[in-house]
Each structure stands twice: as structure tokens, then as C-alpha cells.
Design a protein around this ligand. Structure first.
Ligand SMILES: [Mn+2]
Length: 318
């Protein structure tokens, strides 16, 4: 059976273990790594937590500090060739995972993988609202006591990925929610999540509102200023909250590529499917029914109207 004991059976006790969250991690990725660290600890296995890129979210940085989560940038850690890597909330080969020396021993994730992972242990549950929920189950099934700080972080991961239990929620997510809600500190978790914007983000929202182009229930928003993926996601969620809109696409220029964030309230137009169709031959993307993300290298960018047209076509609107 999948769970902490089977995972541990694939680890070599004489080699170091690293738990790697996806690049530019979000709350769910950090929560997953933190939860797994404690699960392994209950089996006498020490591990180090790491991520590629940087932490762009102020709310997540504050949570890491407050809950004393020992996670560090891969740049600050020395990896040996005998390192055993466990990837959480992301996938090998995924461009969102910094390649590190060592061997990928396990992948635990809730995103549908492009191909079956080629490693000793994998546990992928695409119907789960968050990766945190998988680790909630690992704790429950192995009867491992959960510290309050772990419950708080897992709760935040779950709330973030499901937009406060309003998207992609499976029955087990509800079970996890009700347990974690009372076991963790929901007040701190909610405060951190609900205050992720700052006054300095208002300019971004102003720009988004000005540049928003609406066709039926589809909003296409092309931003000119660079922003964090968290701010971009909040812009997308803001537009999706407008009653008339059911599909939202936000585009933002990054150094050498354009990043795209997609939201859908229509299961007949899943974010990941429409995104892949629209980006075919230009870039890559993925995600779930309700949310998706991707990118296009600068030299392949078809222009604002070109991309908007591709989305309309991908939704069968043109
Ligand atoms: Mn996730």
C-alpha cells in the first residue's frame, strides 16, 4: 500500500534524503515537503527540504518563518551524487523542477503527469485538490501524530490550491479540511492566505482592469509589468469572481518568456486542455480543470491578439 512505510522501504539509510518542492514553490508544495519531513522523522529518517528558484510569495515567506519550516533554496545546499531526491507537488522532466545531482527515488503529486514517472516509488492522485491532502492521508493511515505547525501548513496548502474549498475538491479533501482545521491554527493560516496582496500590487490590478479584453464570458488580460506568479493568480481569480466571466487568461512578460495563468469555471472547457491546445507548437503548459499555467518563449510569442485568437479557437469560439 502507498504510504510512508512503503516510501521508506525504497530509501537507503546510508544516503542523504532531500525533499524537493517545485521551483518558485507555492503553499501546497512547501506544506507537502514539511509534512513529509515529519512523516520520515517518525520512521527515523532525516531529510532536508529544498526548492529551486525563489519564494515569491510574502504570505508564504511569513508562514515559513512563523511555523519554523527548515526549507532552503537549492543554491544554498550542497548535493552529493548519492543524494536521494523525493519530489513533491511537481514532476521530473517538468520544467518547473530544477535538475539536481543525485537520484530521484520518489514522486508524490496531484498533477496529471505527461508520462508515468520512472522512479522506485510514485504516488500521483490527480483527482485530489491538493498535494497536502495526500500527506494528510499518510499521517492518518500510518497513525503518526501531527504537530500543530504541520497541520496549519497542510491546511494552508489545501485552502490555497482549492481557493478555500471552492474548486477541484474531492471527498477526501473535505475530510482533510475538517481534521486539519481543528488540529492546526486556522486563524493564522487564514490570515496569512487572505492577506497575500499588498498596496504595492494595486498598480498591477489597475493595469489588468485597463487592459482586460472581454468576449462573451472570456477575459483575456495582457500585462506589461512583470509580477510574481502569486499576484498573477490573484488577478486571474479576481476576474473569475466577476459574475459574467467563466474563463480567464492572464499573460505576463518574464525575462525571456511570457507566462500564462488560466482559470475556468466551466468543466466543458478545462483550463489544462484549452491551455495546451492554445499553446500547441509555441510553448508548454498544464494544470487542472479549474486552473492552469504555462509559458511561451519570447521568440515564439504570437503577439497579444495572436494569442487571444488561439484561446478563442481552443475554446471553439472561432
Ligand atoms: Mn499543489
Amino acid at each position: 500500500m502507498k504510504g510512508v512505510d512503503e516510501l521508506v522501504s525504497h530509501l537507503d539509510a546510508s544516503k542523504p534524503v532531500y525533499i524537493q518542492a517545485h521551483d518558485f514553490p507555492d503553499h501546497d508544495a512547501v506544506a507537502s515537503a514539511f509534512g513529509l519531513m515529519h512523516l520520515l522523522e517518525s520512521r527515523g529518517v532525516e531529510s532536508s527540504l529544498c526548492y529551486g528558484g525563489t519564494i515569491q510569495s510574502e504570505s508564504l515567506s511569513e508562514a515559513i518563518k512563523l511555523l519554523e519550516i527548515p526549507i532552503y533554496s537549492t543554491r544554498l545546499l550542497a548535493f552529493d551524487d548519492d543524494a536521494q531526491l523525493i519530489l513533491v507537488d511537481g514532476f521530473i522532466g517538468n520544467r518547473n523542477m530544477t535538475g539536481l545531482p543525485g537520484t530521484v527515488v520518489a514522486v508524490i503529486d496531484h498533477h496529471k503527469p505527461p508520462e508515468e514517472p520512472d522512479c522506485a516509488y510514485h504516488d500521483i492522485r490527480p483527482d485530489y485538490g491538493s498535494c497536502s491532502t495526500i500527506f494528510y492521508e499518510y499521517f492518518r493511515d500510518a497513525d503518526v501524530p501531527m504537530k500543530k505547525s504541520v497541520a496549519t501548513m497542510l491546511l494552508m496548502g489545501l485552502m490555497m490550491d482549492t481557493a478555500f474549498m471552492t474548486r477541484g475538491v474531492a471527498p477526501v479533501d473535505l475530510e482533510a479540511f475538517s481534521t486539519l482545521y481543528f488540529q492546526g491554527d486556522w486563524e493564522t493560516g487564514s490570515r496569512l492566505l487572505k492577506n497575500s496582496l499588498s498596496i504595492s500590487d494595486l498598480g498591477l490590478f489597475r493595469e489588468a482592469i485597463n487592459s482586460c479584453e472581454v468576449a462573451d464570458d472570456f477575459a483575456f488580460i495582457m500585462l506589461e509589468q512583470e509580477c510574481t506568479s502569486e499576484a498573477m493568480a490573484l488577478v486571474a481569480d479576481f476576474f473569475l469572481g466577476l459574475r459574467e466571466l467563466h474563463f480567464v487568461c492572464v499573460v505576463e512578460p518574464d525575462r525571456d518568456e511570457y507566462r500564462i495563468s488560466v482559470r475556468s469555471e466551466d468543466s466543458a472547457r478545462p483550463s489544462d486542455v484549452v491551455l495546451r491546445r492554445a499553446l500547441k507548437g509555441l510553448g508548454s503548459g498544464g494544470g487542472h480543470v479549474h486552473m492552469g499555467g504555462g509559458s511561451i518563449p519570447r521568440d515564439l510569442f504570437p503577439g497579444e491578439q495572436g494569442l487571444r485568437k488561439r484561446f478563442l479557437q481552443a475554446m471553439g469560439k472561432e
